[in-house]
Design a protein around this ligand. Sequence first.
Ligand code: NOJ
Length: 566
Amino acid sequence: MAADDMGHAEDAWWRSAVVYQVYPRSFADSDGDGVGDLDGLTGRLDHLSGLGVDVLWLSPVSPSPQADNGYDISDYQDIDPVFGDLAAFDRLLGAVHERGMKLVMDLVVNHTSDEHPWFQESRDPASPKRDWYWWRPPREGREPNNWGSFFSGSAWELDAASDAYYLHLFSPKQPDLNWENPWMRRAVYAMMRWWLDRGVDGFRMDVVNLISKDPALPDAEVHEQGPYGDGSPYFVCGPRIHDYLQEMHREVIARYPGRLLTVGEMPGVTVEQARLFTDPARAELDMVFQFEHVGLDHGRGKFDPRPLRLTDLKASLGRWQSGLADVGWNSLYWNNHDQPRVVSRFGDDGPIHRTRSATMLATVLHLHRGTPYVYQGEELGMANAPLRTIEDFRDIESLNHYTDALRAGAEPEDVLPGLRAMGRDNARTPMQWDASPHAGFTTGTPWIPVNPDHTEVNAEAALADPDSVYHHYRRLIALRHQEPAVVHGDFTMLLPDDERIYAFTRRYGRTVLLVVGNFTGDTASAVMPAGWDGAELVMGNGPSVPPRPGRLVLAPWEARVHRRND
Ligand code: NOJ
């Protein structure tokens, strides 16, 4: 990286930014077809600027058969008609920039759709693009190895046309690109530059730490019963991952110095690897999405949830804070389109505690060191969907898991509780704009039902109520913009063994912030950390219990931010 670029890294603009993720299918529908679209989003941008966010991350909008809601792209350089067209995209981009915000696209290049022309050509063994995907002959009449797919079943699909299998870590509609092929990589870089030259401000890179596979494609160990093994040792942060990301940086990112934000989605990434990916001197990525803290409530797999232990959460997030303290940078998130709603998961979405627990969770997250991400509706305290039978589900991951489990002998009621708690459809119910029948999302029939709680929980009501979750997020974002200690301060975890209170300090120069949050629905107390009695209250989420000297006493789900100047 050029010396002046490295100089920028310390005060790179994205360190003080807050990102808002839009899942366009579920945000705002302008034409009444029941699916959100770009014009709908453009019409709602004041909601984002009112909140004060700096960046809009847009989940995929390119042409797609929608097998995985757009994460299966069949043409990288156009817009799916369900969302609009390139003119609508340019209108959106212009309106985002007019409001002083930036727009980051989703880059899905671990795989394409099987309907992408690259894959269609690749199906012919004589094609120069044959090697753009992972084709292998059958092994003893079966799949080339025993890897399972993230969406159930084998990671290989037989293509009868050439009697060969292709690799798909996700659905058979999402064949994996072969990054070993330099021509394929060149085509991806050209496509990225095309979007950046159009004016977009960076990329969120879908499962980008899976792009380098061990070319030997060895069999995986099989830990559990069942025919398929976990191949992740051979493709999570694989052998050439850093080469590819450095090449991408050279060929694309470095050509737009100081302007872009890049964040790599990285399931299975460790802190040590994240330091390498986000060390500015290595010129790879600005930050990564890690998955450790959203796996702490998984049992035997994600659909076997167990209660979160607060001490585990503190140990995990604390390790990421210290691991990326001197080198690299964290991204901070509770929610996205793949996770259940945080107020239902780690808070309490009932009528009494919803606002308090949602604002406590927000406060704790946003006061960590790193760039916070807000997922649409999180700022309203939107909760999990009331999913009952399998007919209520839309997501390919949940549907495949259900089919597999029933085929293996399970009863629906064995499987549904896990899907209800953890399924991705929880995040994908329409954005709740107002109390009208479809929550102001569409005039048609929504592709997935609106959560009936929209009569109470909606943007219109939240804007009118100064104590709403929305206004709390707005104040947190403003605090980040005004208080340098939120952006730059050191992080020190306090009370690591306390199962009820999350507490830490942030220090920058002479300013110290103390952040405390009660993760329970009962009053909780601990010894007040020394030097904080009577300190200024910068922010809180509601009436506190009267202070007691030497004691930190928090009302149910209470959060507070104190400040002191040493
Ligand atoms: C991660 C995305 O966030 C998820 O929604 C998608 O299903 C997979 N990658 C495959 O693209």
